[in-house]
Design a protein around this ligand. Sequence first.
Ligand SMILES: Cc1ncc(C[n+]2csc(CCOP(=O)(O)OP(=O)(O)O)c2C)c(N)n1
Ligand SMILES: [Mg+2]
Length: 331
Amino acid sequence: MGELTQDQFVGFYRTMRTIRRFEQRVVELVNRNDIPGAAHEYVGEEAVATGVCHALRPDDVITSTHRGHGHILAKGGDPRRMMAELMGKSTGYNRGRGGSMHIADLELGIFGANGIVGAGAPIACGAAMAAKLKGRDGVAVSFFGDGATNQGVLLEALNLAAIWKLPVVFVCENNGYAISASIREMSPLQRLADRAPAFGMPGDSVDGMDVLAVHEGASRVVARARAGGGPSFLECLTYRFVGHFTAEKALGIKYRSDEEIEEWRQRDPLVTYPAWLRERGICDPARVDAEVEAVLEEAVAFARQSPLPAPEEALDGMYATTYPGLPARGW
Ligand SMILES: Cc1ncc(C[n+]2csc(CCOP(=O)(O)OP(=O)(O)O)c2C)c(N)n1
Ligand SMILES: [Mg+2]
């Protein structure tokens, strides 16, 4: 922690605040039907994506999940193109065709949000394999939830990464639930990280509500992967303060006690971390808040003003344009 600069401390806050406010704006827009469908909010878990992505280089790769906005923003994703994508606009990351769970930016090493639970893990292995074959020291991070740890594809990816000694960091965002199912009922282990040694890799568990703890833990395993030490498993203990997705309130399902939610809210990184910054005189968080508001205001305005895709382009991108006989228009 000693070697972190003032700018890095402030940068952690800027990222976490951007994620929190982005998600809050998304909920407003979903409620007004400006964003069609639903979205999975990352509210409460901001310290995880922030701590991990700030431990990466721009050329490192991440794969994300259905709850991906936080990962994408933390890796440098453009809030304007994200917001436009969520609104289904042609200026969005997927030209408005993909929505929340398909945002990718290969230039930034963001190899996609992913609606299929666990499916980002083998993609991260592929990216790590590519880096290794090209003789580069790039690292790939696979984000996934506690629920994904019982998906076969994730277990296969863990094994593959271990036998091929791939530079992958498996980041398990343990928020305690897969939709309404408690991880307590889904795994006999107290710590999901304890599975890692059975795959032949180290497993560590950190406080996912503490951005500094996440950053420290991630920096350690990223350095290990970069140096050729192979994969690691980093469990981040966290909590989502809100429902599984924006429509949960309307469904009226209840699987968590108010006391449990309140207990975790006491550890909200968007309260504790700015207080820590203020106490140490590192910065005035209110100034960062104002910067973030301006960025998001602009992003929402950009998305609103952007056109919807033209109906006649609906089939663009459906087929490879190089396929003989297909029209040249498209991707
Ligand atoms: C293969 C697959 N099975 C089921 C689903 C439905 N589903 C979407 S999110 C989710 C829960 C995932 O829980 P977890 O991995 O803990 O992530 P969290 O939502 O808590 O971030 C499920 C079962 C899916 N999208 N893909
Ligand atoms: Mg979960």
